[in-house]
Design a protein around this ligand. Structure first.
Ligand SMILES: Cc1cc2nc3c(=O)[nH]c(=O)nc-3n(C[C@H](O)[C@H](O)[C@H](O)COP(=O)(O)OP(=O)(O)OC[C@H]3O[C@@H](n4cnc5c(N)ncnc54)[C@H](O)[C@@H]3O)c2cc1C
Length: 477
């Protein structure tokens, strides 16, 4: 279908246009930075036929943010023209009417997809940005401080040379990370085959969960959820509701640190009888309790019910909490036993970034250094290799990567994870990345302006438009 169409050069590639990649584009459009980015050449590459929402809308759970969080950026006066068509959309009004409640993620997904399509159409039409959908990033080579991004579209392979690469392809849950983590705590590890990723289970309907697990319930197999976060309590609720009708009676939840609940203030937490550390668990800037790591909204309700009554939501399924921080050896021992005997272990212990093969110019593989909850990156999401060398020009901040806590924005000192979420993607997280990308492109351009080649092969439409032969614009060889 495609002729010789081998190489393109551009200033910046946005790899992955899920909520993280799109967050950067929303923010760049809102602040006007899109014009400058596009001057250097901007190509958006995404595997999906309709990029914009990634996996967020697939999770069959309630959001851990209120509707306003998703609407904030869409209501910005600077975006009024672009987002005007949303006023006609039921998806917009559904979230609008839940401004102070947590909506279903399927509803959030519908809204973000529509909003993303408006932004993508606008920037392709007005800024000469290129959108390569249905295109898979297969490999990235860092050579002489530049990046070569290998992509594939319906069997056709192409290389993009770029000065900067924003790479947010989502996250994955490696069962070996769970097994190794449990072993490191001295717990019995479950069989690898018993470990199921919450990421895929949370995207299944109750009927699909029943079809999958009813035979296990019938055999009397034990179910264990590992983790103590929003995902863990959402998983607990989904599995209890789906399997109660086929006879599930109890689920164990193994967690490494105490279950943390979110409260708007110390007073609210105290009024609810919640025990917390007034220094370690309180954000010094907002005064909120467990601001980053606490359960919120629906997961908070489920968590409270489990802590107070021992049952999952309104079901008759019992939840047995087993804390493995060593404070109670009996609980640790019980956790070890249930893990060793479990038929199904649901992994809700965070994500690793989904990455293409990363190599240096000499062919050696680059491994990115990880820290708790994500990548060891600087404030702009620029990661290090395993030798601690910064990979300038590469930025990751989405699921599995995250960013460290910004001390100016605050968090509770006891939180050691990484920060990510749609509001951050639309605002603070992407702002620092945009600044860093523009600075780098200016630096790369200043010593010697790049020379453009335009050697066009035969193409039948990918990418759709031939770019201007100006510096940094997409160049086809
Ligand atoms: C269960 C769960 C619930 C969450 N709930 C909330 C919430 O309520 N509120 C909130 O703010 N945040 C929430 N988050 C956090 C975060 O907002 C979401 O995880 C969000 O989907 C992350 O966006 P992303 O772009 O990093 O990844 P994804 O959503 O996974 O998107 C990745 C994108 O990359 C593309 N892609 C993948 N591989 C390739 C490839 N090889 N080449 C090209 N393109 C590729 C995909 O097509 C997709 O468009 C939740 C996360 C989870 C796991």
């Amino acid at each position: 279908m495609y002729g010789k169409f081998l190489e393109t050069t551009t200033g910046c590639v946005i790899g992955g246009a899920g909520p993280a990649g799109m967050g950067l584009l929303f923010n760049a459009l809102r602040t006007g930075a899109i014009a400058e980015l596009a001057q250097y050449g901007l190509i958006i590459v995404d595997a999906s036929a309709s990029p914009g929402v990634g996996r967020l809308g697939d999770y069959q759970i309630t959001a851990n943010s209120v509707g306003d969080v998703f609407l904030d950026c869409l209501r910005d006066p600077a975006m009024a023209d672009v987002f005007a068509p949303l006023q006609q959309s039921p998806a917009y009004w559904r979230i609008f009417h839940q401004a102070q409640q947590a909506p279903l993620l399927s509803e959030v997904g519908e809204l973000l997809l529509l909003a993303s399509q408006l932004v993508l159409d606008h920037i392709v039409a007005h800024y000469n940005v290129q959108l390569w959908s249905e295109t898979l990033i297969t490999e990235v080579i860092r050579d002489n401080d530049q990046y070569q991004v290998w992509v594939e579209h319906r069997g056709q392979v192409q290389r993009i040379r770029t000065g900067s690469l924003v790479l947010n392809l989502g996250g994955r849950q490696d069962p070996r990370c769970l097994v190794d983590g449990l072993k490191a705590q001295g717990l019995q590890a479950p069989a690898l085959a018993a470990v199921r990723s919450a990421d895929s289970l949370l995207r299944m309907s109750p009927a699909a969960l029943r079809e999958c697990f009813a035979p296990v319930v019938a055999r009397g197999g034990d179910f264990v959820v590992v983790g103590g976060s929003h995902s863990a309590f959402s998983m607990l609720e989904n599995i209890a509701s789906a399997l109660e009708p086929v006879g599930l009676q109890s689920v164990s939840l193994v967690h490494r640190s105490p279950i943390r609940l979110f409260y708007e203030s110390l007073e609210q937490a105290r009024a609810n009888g919640y025990e917390f550390d007034p220094v370690a668990d309180v954000c010094p800037i907002s005064g909120r309790v467990n601001r980053s790591g606490g359960l919120r909204y629906r997961a908070l309700d489920v968590g409270r019910q489990v802590l107070e009554r021992g049952y999952v939501g309104s079901t008759s399924v019992r939840a047995r909490l087993l804390l493995t921080d060593g404070s109670d050896p009996a609980q640790t021992e019980a956790a070890s036993q249930v893990l060793g005997n479990a038929a199904v272990v649901m992994q809700c212990t965070g994500y690793q970034p989904l990455l293409p093969v990363l190599r240096r110019g000499d062919g050696t593989v680059i491994t990115l250094r990880q820290v708790t909850g994500g990548l060891d990156s600087d404030a702009s999401g620029c990661p290090c290799d395993d030798q601690g060398r910064r990979l300038h020009g590469l930025h990751l901040f989405g699921l599995g990567s995250g960013l460290g806590v910004d001390p100016l924005l605050g968090s509770e000192p006891s939180f050691s994870g990484r920060i990510y979420g749609v509001w951050q993607f639309h605002h603070d997280a992407s702002r620092v990345v945009i600044d860093a990308v523009l600075q780098r492109l200016a630096d790369l351009a200043s010593p010697q302006p790049a020379i453009v080649h335009l050697e066009v092969g035969v193409t039948h439409g990918w990418p759709q438009e031939l770019p201007d032969p100006a510096w940094g614009k997409a160049v086809i060889r």
